[in-house]
Design a protein around this ligand. Sequence first.
Ligand code: CP
Ligand code: NVA
Length: 286
Amino acid sequence: IISLLDLAAKIKKKEIFFDYPEKALGLIFDKSSTRTRVSFQVAMNNLKGSTIDINPDKTQIGRGEPIKDTARVLSVYCDLIAIRTFNHTDLEEYAKWSTKPVINALTDLEHPCQALADFLTIKEEFNDFKNVVLAFIGDGNNVANSLLLCGALLGVEVRIACPKGYEPDKLLLKKARSICTNENLLKITNDPSEAASGSNVLYTDVWSSMGEENKKEEKDKAFKGFTIDRNLVSQANDDAIILHCLPAYRDKEITDEMIQSKKSRIFQQAENRLHSQQALLSCLLS
Ligand code: CP
Ligand code: NVA
């Protein structure tokens, strides 16, 4: 991850260039996307390769062709596949049958490409991860899960504050704790103030993720008090920055004031999706 982040920083500063002509990245997206889809397309374009939209509604995937058949066929045409889907096990099934690398472009369980851009943004701010305390306030969802895993690999203190019943996946937390040299670095609490106090990265994501549209009302009630607002930010360190993977629901998980504030690095974070994924593609194609 450190190597990828260093490479991404060099790509961003235009200190290093890679060309992968004739290489193709297939994009299978079962859910909507702006940042992930477009940043992968532009990154591949910058590498002089191409992307192919393999939209499930326009291909035999939508008709239910088994993943094991699709994956084997696409492995012949494409050099890489990026997949955004619901069940994490479907992604694993693709990876099992594909002979080419499969990139997780978000599942219900994880969003690792987002975490790469997040830690690049954090590194740009603090130079290293030594004294970083990341407080994620919100749902123990895919984004929180990937922050835990990536934080564990990098030795960063990650605190997740979520309402009771919305904690991160237990198995994933166990895995993150087994990776971490000091398992006390990963903390789960139901108190946003406890997480925010003494932190220098405040991070949030939507309360209801894609596929949870029918849970909106129930979750809006459960997450009352978990908004990143002026009051919560004042409890963090003076040097604290604010992150959000976007898209955001203003005045639910975060106020418009905090998105626009001087502490916000949210649009730098979105930009970093491009550089970190270009680094990832370069590594996988080399
Ligand atoms: N953050 C993120 O993955 O955004 P998109 O859903 O727009 O890709
Ligand atoms: N947790 C959100 C992230 C969107 C980028 C979702 O899965 O919808």
